[in-house]
Design a protein around this ligand. Structure first.
Ligand SMILES: Nc1ncnc2c1ncn2[C@@H]1O[C@H](COP(=O)(O)OP(=O)(O)OP(=O)(O)O)[C@@H](O)[C@H]1O
Ligand SMILES: [Mg+2]
Length: 454
């Protein structure tokens, strides 16, 4: 009161400077609830996730909650705990705390405890921390959230998506495949999921197309599940035959969210996609030449078109058209049993970035299954099985069938013996078939010779 006003101001200013001199740290507070309407802050929850990965190692008092998928415990720092972190050699500290308790009222149903995180660091690293470090924290935190979130499986009934919780247990670890090939796919997926900046720089939509092909039971659908589990993406299983026309297709595809895999199974049979475009060309040609088609055929085509009018060009337009660019990070996966039947336009390079062949089980892939099913690293029957795999074509699905224990206490040896019988039978069948074929050819050759004689 006795101080002149100015003097008081001056004193405050200097005391702050003196403080700053002895206390060379900067503190930033991140409140849980922000804004006038007190919504939960995105930064706070990202930090919470980020810290959950490091705190469980460091902090001594933790809070545990059941995660959203009802399976795992999520650990976070308890109130008033502190943990350290390091970024490019710079030490910094995170502390959790409570503040400004406000009474809960009828109109203010926000919890009366308000939490915050406080970040402390030396002021000479101000630029490094406020820029790159906080960006890193937010990005990591969001990535962890995606990893922990519940994945969904969408299916279209007609023109609407409906979803169920996606809980397929398949992972790349349980997938039977040659190790190098598997690793190549995993690396490819990882590179894609981290390539946001790259795609932005080259000016392309952040998406990637895979074509999985191979005989039935070789693990195409299983691999899609493993991809979704690996990346934490949702799956949109698009049933093309239920989509009426291109407009509907476009609507469905616009409704898909980022971080998802759009799957079109059995692309060769889900539509007469392969034929339709050619048919149209033919029609044009024929009408140009003013040749009238027989009526019956026209009617038949009309009927076909009624059930589904999605065309190959409609699909292609989506794949590299504008819609695919709205909101990035999507994988598009086609599967087929007959790659050679597909229209070249659909699979030309640049459209489907990666072609993956899933094929018959070989010994390396079998070893993965033996490990999964029986925890076997080695067994005295392995050399024999290895030999048989050289000759036999058996799908992983069939091999898995043999390895499936027949009883709870199922013996590994029994399963392996059953597999050996199966492999021998497969080889036998191939030989028989070849013999029958040879006979047929022989006979037809004989017949031809006879006719020539006549
Ligand atoms: N490579 C594999 N690794 C592990 N299990 C496999 C593999 N391939 C097939 N299986 C097993 O066989 C079953 C059928 O496999 P899946 O449905 O993935 O085959 P697909 O290639 O999609 O066949 P289709 O062409 O008929 O759709 C699965 O339940 C899975 O357990
Ligand atoms: Mg399948």
């Amino acid at each position: 009161q006795y101080f002149p006003h100015q003097l008081q101001n001056l004193l405050e200013k200097y005391s702050q400077r003196v403080m700053a001199f002895f206390y060379p740290y900067i503190q930033i507070r991140f409140n849980e609830f922000t804004g006038e309407r007190l919504t939960r802050s995105e930064a706070y929850s990202a930090i919470e996730n980020y810290l959950s990965s490091t705190t469980s190692m460091q902090a001594k008092r933790l809070k545990a909650e059941i995660g959203k998928n009802n399976q795992s415990l999520v650990l976070s720092m308890d109130d008033n705990e502190e943990v350290g972190d390091e970024f490019k050699g710079v030490r910094l500290w995170w502390a959790s705390g409570k503040h400004g308790v406000r009474a809960q009222t009828l109109f203010n149903p926000v919890p009366d405890e308000k939490r915050h995180y406080r970040l402390t660091f030396h002021k000479k690293y101000r630029d490094l921390i406020i820029g790159p470090y906080l960006n890193h924290v937010l990005k990591e935190g969001k990535a962890i959230k995606v990893r922990n979130r519940q994945k969904k499986l969408y299916t279209n009934y007609g023109s609407y998506w409906s979803h169920v919780v996606f809980e397929h247990p398949a992972t790349f670890q349980t997938l039977a495949m040659e190790p190098e090939k598997k690793q190549e796919i995993i690396d490819d997926l990882d590179a894609f999921s981290k390539a946001e900046e790259f795609y932005a720089r080259i000016g392309r939509a952040w998406k990637r197309g895979y074509l999985l092909y191979g005989p039935p039971g070789t693990g195409k659908s299983t691999m899609i599940a493993a991809m979704a589990n690996h990346l934490g993406y949702d799956i949109y299983d698009l049933e093309l035959t239920a989509v009426r026309d291109n407009t509907e297709l476009r609507r469905l595809l616009i409704e898909t969210s980022s971080k998802s895999i759009i799957v079109i199974e059995d692309i060769d049979c889900s539509l007469d996609l392969t034929g339709q475009r050619r048919k149209k060309k033919k029609e044009k040609k024929e009408s140009g030449e003013e040749e009238k088609e027989p009526k019956k055929k026209e009617e038949k085509e009309e009927n076909e078109n009624k059930s589904s009018q999605v065309t190959l060009s409609g699909l292609l337009n989506f794949i590299d058209g504008l819609w695919s660019a709205c909101g990035g990070e999507r994988l598009i996966v086609f599967t087929t049993n007959y790659v050679e039947k597909l229209d070249p336009a659909l699979i030309r390079k640049g459209r489907m970035d990666k072609h993956i062949e899933l094929s018959f089980c070989k010994f390396e892939a079998f070893k993965v299954l033996a490990k999964n099913y029986h925890k076997l690293e080695y067994h005295h029957l392995f050399p024999k099985i290895s030999e048989l795999f050289e000759e036999a074509d058996m799908t992983p699905a069939d091999v898995a069938e043999h390895l499936m224990p027949k009883s709870i206490s199922g013996e590994a040896t029994l399963c392996l013996e059953s597999l050996i019988l199966g492999l021998e039978k497969a080889i036998e069948e191939v030989k028989l078939k070849a013999e029958v074929e040879a006979k047929k050819i022989e006979e037809s050759a004989k017949n031809e010779a006879k006719e020539e004689d006549k």
